[in-house]
Design a binder for this molecule. Structure first.
Ligand code: ADP
Ligand code: MG
Length: 768
C-alpha cells in the first residue's frame, strides 16, 4: 500500500511542479517526503532528457537502491535509469556516488546515456576509463556522480598507495557505491586479486658472493637438510670448517649473526631449492614456481638475501627486482564504501551470499510486462561430442526459420569449437570473447536480428540490451513471428545464476522468446560431484549419441547444480575468514600512508635524537619534505615484505594442523605479530635513514622508491585458493555477518598526540 501511495504521489508531483520547484521542496524535506519530491524531479528529467517515463517498477527498484539493497531486475528492464534516482538521492544527502560498472565501455556509455537527465537536475557527472590520465581521474573523482568500472576504481586505490606526493593521488573517496552486474562483480569475480607492482633496485653485496662461492665447496657431511623447516643447517663439522675458513671463534656468536644468515641462505640456495621444481631461470631472472598451480609467479621472489643467493648459484646478477606493492580483491574493496547497493538480472541463487558477505538484502523487482519466454527442459547428453552435435542441430533448426539465436559457452575455446562445427555445416556465426567490449556491444545489440547467430562467452556483451529486430525497428515483427530470441546454454556452470543470466537475454520487456539448455554427463561439474554415485543402478545411463530422457537422471543433474552452488559459497566464505586480518592491516597502512602524504607529518623523525641537528642543517621545510618521501617509500617497502611474508605463511600454515592447532588462528597470530614488528622496524629504519642523511648530506642521500608502477589482475589464483586448507571459524557467528570495521578516511586528523603514551604511531592507529 505504502508503495502505491509513494508512486502515485510521485506521478502527481511530476504533473504539478517543475524540476526546480521539486528540488527546492526536496531540499527542505526529509525521509519519504524528500524522496517523493526528488524522484518526481528525476521522472520529469527522464522524460525530457530521454523521452522515457520511468515505470513503477523502476521507482520501486530505485527506492530499494537508496536503502542499500541489491535489486534483482530482469535484463532489459532499465536498471541504468534506476541508478540515476539513487545517485540523485545521495547527492542530496551530500554524498558522492560511484556507479561501478562491469567494464570501461559501459562506464562511458552509461554516463553519456544518462547525462541529459543529470544535467537537467544540475548534477555533475564524469566517467573514468583505462585510458584516462591522472588529471582526468582527479577531476572525475571530484564529480558528484562517477561512472567507472569496478576494476579501474580498484586500480586507482592501489596506485594511490604508490604515490610519492599528494598531487599524484587520485583523490578518490568512498561514499556511496552502486554496483551494476553485481552477480558477476560481487560473486564470480569478487575474489580475483588486483595487484599493483613496481620495481626496486636489487642491492649488490660482495660479501654474499664470497659466501656463495665458499658454501658451494661444502661436503654433504657439513650440512643437514630439514625438510619440515624447509631449510638447511651447518652440522658441527660444517660449523668448525666455517670457523676456520673465516678465522672466527664461534659462528653462532651474536657478532657473527650477519654472516650466519648469509651462510644459511646460500646453503638453502645450493642444497635445498631445485631448479625447475622450486623455480626456473629464464631471461636472466629467477622466477618462482607456485607450488599449487605449478605456474611461475609474477613479481614474487624469495625473501631478503635468499633471492640473491639463488641468483648467485646461477651466476646471475640482477639490478632490479619486481615487487608486489599492494593488492585487493573486489570483495573487500566495495566494503570501503559508507553505503553500498547493487543491481543485477540474477541474484536469487546467491541471495545468502550477498547478505552474508556484503550485508545486501535482496529485493526482487518483477518485470514491467511478464516475459513470454518458453523455457524447455534440460537436454542431457552422454558425452560432450554428442552434446555439441545436439547444440548445432538446434541452432540450424532455428536458423532455418529465421529465428535469431544466442549461444552461451563456458570459454573462448568452447566458442571456437562450436563456431567451427557450425561452419562445417555451412553457417557463419558471430563470436564474442570479451576481448573488445565496444565492438562486441555492437554485435550483441544486433543479436536479435532475424537469422542472426551469435556465440558468446558468459562475460561478453554484458549490460548490452538485445532488441528484437536489432537496430532496425522495421525488422522487429519478423523476429517476433520467428519466435523471438532463442538462447541456448551449452554447459553446466558452477552456479545456476550464470545460466539464468543468459536466459534473461531473451524475452525482455514482455517479448516472445525461447530457451534451451544442454549438458553432457562428462562435464567437469558432473565429474567433480560424481553423478553416477548419486544414481540408482538402473538409471546409470548407457553410451548413446541421442538426448537421454530420464526423469530421475534429470533430477539428479539439477541437484548437482545446487550442491556445486553451495560449495562455491563455502570456499569464498572460508577465504574471507582467512584474509580478514590482512584486510585490517591493509586498511590501516593504506590510510596511514595517505595521511602522511596529506599532512606531511610522520613523527618518525621528529622524535629522533638527532632531529634537532638535522632541523638546524636542512631547515624545517626541506626536512619534512624528505621525511615524507622517505616515510612513504619505507611504508611501501615494508608492506611489500608483509605481503610476501603472509603469502608464505598461508602456503605453509597447513603444517600447523599437525600440532592440533587451528591454522586460521595461527595465521592471524603470526600476521598480527609481523605487523606489530613492522611498526618497530619501520621506526628503526627511519632512524637509520636520518643518520644516513646527516652523514651523506642531501646530495648523497637516496630514497629507494619503486619505479615502473603497473597494475594487473591475478586471474590464475582461482583454483589455488580453493585448494586452501579448510580453516576453522575464528569469528563467532554474529561477528561474521557484520561488515569490516570502516577504514579511517584519509582526512582523519591525527589523534591527540598519542605517540608518547601509546605503543606505535598515530598514523597506524585506527580512528574509532
Ligand atoms: P538493464 O540494465 O536492466 O538490462 P537497460 O538500462 O540497459 O536495462 O535498459 C534496457 C532498455 O530499456 C534500454 O533500451 C532503455 O532505453 C529502455 N528503457 C529503460 N527504461 C525505460 C522506460 N521507462 N521506458 C522506456 N524504455 C525504457
Ligand atoms: Mg544493465
Amino acid at each position: 500500500m505504502a508503495e502505491e501511495k509513494f508512486i502515485s504521489d510521485i506521478r502527481d508531483y511530476s504533473e504539478k511542479y517543475n524540476i526546480g520547484e521539486l528540488l527546492e521542496k526536496a531540499e527542505k524535506a526529509d525521509g519519504e517526503e524528500l524522496m517523493t519530491y526528488l524522484f518526481a524531479a528525476v521522472c520529469i528529467a527522464a522524460e525530457k532528457g530521454l523521452n522515457q517515463v520511468p515505470f513503477d517498477e523502476q521507482l520501486s527498484a530505485a527506492r530499494a537502491l537508496t536503502e542499500g539493497r541489491i535489486i534483482e531486475m530482469p535484463t532489459g528492464e532499465g536498471k541504468t535509469l534506476c541508478g540515476v534516482f539513487a545517485a540523485a538521492w545521495h547527492k542530496l544527502k551530500g554524498e558522492k556516488t560511484h556507479i561501478l560498472t562491469f567494464n570501461d565501455y559501459l562506464a562511458e556509455r552509461d554516463r553519456s546515456w544518462m547525462k541529459p537527465v543529470y544535467d537537467l537536475l544540475g548534477i555533475e557527472t564524469a566517467f573514468i576509463a583505462e585510458k584516462s590520465t591522472l588529471d582526468e581521474r582527479k577531476a572525475a573523482y571530484r564529480a558528484e556522480v562517477l561512472y567507472v568500472s569496478a576494476r579501474e576504481c580498484c586500480f586507482d586505490y592501489l596506485r594511490d598507495f604508490t604515490a610519492q606526493t599528494s598531487e599524484e593521488e587520485s583523490g578518490q573517496s568512498f561514499e556511496a557505491a552502486i554496483v551494476d552486474e553485481a552477480d558477476s562483480l560481487l560473486i564470480d569475480e569478487a575474489r580475483i586479486p588486483m595487484v599493483v607492482a613496481g620495481e626496486t633496485e636489487a642491492v649488490y653485496d660482495p660479501e654474499l658472493e664470497e659466501v656463495s662461492d665458499y658454501v658451494k665447496t661444502l661436503d654433504e657431511a657439513d650440512y643437514e637438510i630439514s625438510l619440515e623447516a624447509e631449510s638447511v643447517f651447518l652440522t658441527d663439522e660444517g660449523a668448525a670448517k666455517t670457523e676456520e675458513h673465516y678465522n672466527i671463534d664461534n659462528i653462532y656468536d651474536e657478532e657473527n649473526g650477519g654472516l650466519l644468515s648469509k651462510i644459511n641462505d646460500c646453503l638453502k640456495a645450493w642444497f635445498f631449492l631445485q631448479e625447475d621444481k622450486d623455480y626456473i631461470s629464464r631471461d636472466g631472472k629467477i622466477l618462482l614456481i607456485d607450488k599449487f598451480t605449478g605456474r611461475t609467479a609474477e613479481n614474487r621472489h624469495y625473501p631478503g638475501t635468499l633471492q640473491t643467493a639463488v641468483e648467485l648459484k646461477h651466476g646471475l646478477r640482477t639490478t632490479t627486482r619486481g615487487i608486489v606493492m599492494g593488492s585487493i580483491a573486489l570483495q573487500y574493496f566495495v566494503r570501503k564504501y559508507k553505503s553500498l547497493a547493487a543491481m543485477t538480472g540474477t541474484a536469487e541463487a546467491s541471495k545468502e551470499e550477498f547478505f552474508q558477505i556484503y550485508n545486501l538484502q535482496l529485493e526482487k523487482i518483477p518485470p514491467h510486462l511478464p516475459s513470454q519466454r518458453v523455457d524447455h527442459d534440460l537436454e542431457i547428453y552422454y558425452d560432450t561430442e554428442s552434446k555439441w552435435n545436439g547444440v548445432a542441430k538446434a541452432v540450424l533448426q532455428a536458423h532455418e526459420k529465421n529465428q535469431p539465436v544466442l549461444i552461451g559457452t563456458g570459454s573462448i575455446a568452447q566458442s571456437e569449437t562450436l563456431y567451427e562445427l557450425l561452419r562445417e555445416k555451412g553457417l557463419e556465426a558471430a563470436v564474442l570473447n570479451a576481448k573488445n567490449d565496444k565492438q562486441e556491444a555492437e554485435i550483441i545489440s544486433n543479436a536479435g536480428m532475424p537469422g542472426a547467430v551469435t556465440i558468446s562467452t558468459n562475460m561478453a556483451g554484458r549490460g548490452v540490451d538485445i532488441k528484437l529486430g536489432g537496430s532496425d525497428e522495421a525488422r522487429r515483427e519478423e523476429a517476433v513471428s520467428a519466435g523471438g530470441l532463442l538462447v541456448i546454454s551449452t554447459y553446466m556452470p558452477e552456479s545456476s545464476r550464470i545460466v539464468r543470466q543468459l536466459l534473461g537475454r531473451s524475452g525482455r520487456q514482455g517479448d516472445r522468446g525461447e530457451s534451451r539448455r544442454f549438458v553432457a554427463l562428462d562435464e567437469p561439474v558432473m565429474e567433480k560431484y560424481k553423478l553416477t554415485s548419486l544414481l540408482p543402478h538402473s538409471h546409470i545411463p548407457q553410451p548413446t549419441n541421442k538426448v537421454i530422457e530420464d526423469k530421475v537422471l534429470l533430477r539428479e543433474v539439477e541437484r548437482i547444480q545446487r550442491i556445486s552452488e553451495g560449495d562455491c559459497f563455502d570456499a569464498r566464505a572460508r577465504l574471507m575468514k582467512f584474509t580478514m586480518i590482512g584486510e585490517k592491516h591493509r586498511d590501516q597502512i593504506f590510510s596511514a600512508r595517505a595521511r602522511i602524504l596529506e599532512s606531511g607529518r610522520s613523527e618518525l623523525w621528529s622524535g629522533a635524537e638527532n632531529y634537532a641537528e638535522a632541523l638546524d642543517r636542512f631547515g624545517g621545510e626541506k626536512l619534512s619534505g624528505l621525511e615524507q618521501k622517505t616515510a612513504v617509500a619505507a611504508i611501501n617497502k615494508f608492506w611489500s615484505d608483509y605481503l610476501e611474508y603472509t603469502e608464505e605463511l598461508r602456503r605453509g600454515i597447513h603444517l600447523v594442523e599437525v600440532g592440533g592447532k587451528s591454522p586460521s588462528e595461527e595465521y592471524n597470530i603470526s600476521a598480527e605479530e609481523y605487523y606489530q614488528g613492522m611498526e618497530e622496524d619501520l621506526k628503526d629504519y627511519m632512524g637509520e635513514k636520518l643518520n644516513e642523511l646527516l652523514e651523506k648530506g642531501e646530495e648523497g642521500y637516496t630514497i629507494d622508491a619503486p619505479k615502473n608502477i603497473h597494475t594487473y589482475l591475478l586471474e590464475d589464483t582461482g583454483d589455488e585458493l580453493n585448494k586452501m586448507p579448510l580453516l576453522l571459524n575464528i569469528f563467532d557467528e554474529e561477528e561474521e555477518a557484520k561488515p569490516l570495521p570502516k577504514a579511517p578516511s584519509v582526512l582523519d586528523a591525527p589523534e591527540e598526540k598519542p605517540a608518547k603514551e601509546k605503543k606505535g604511531f598515530w598514523f597506524f592507529k585506527k580512528k574509532q
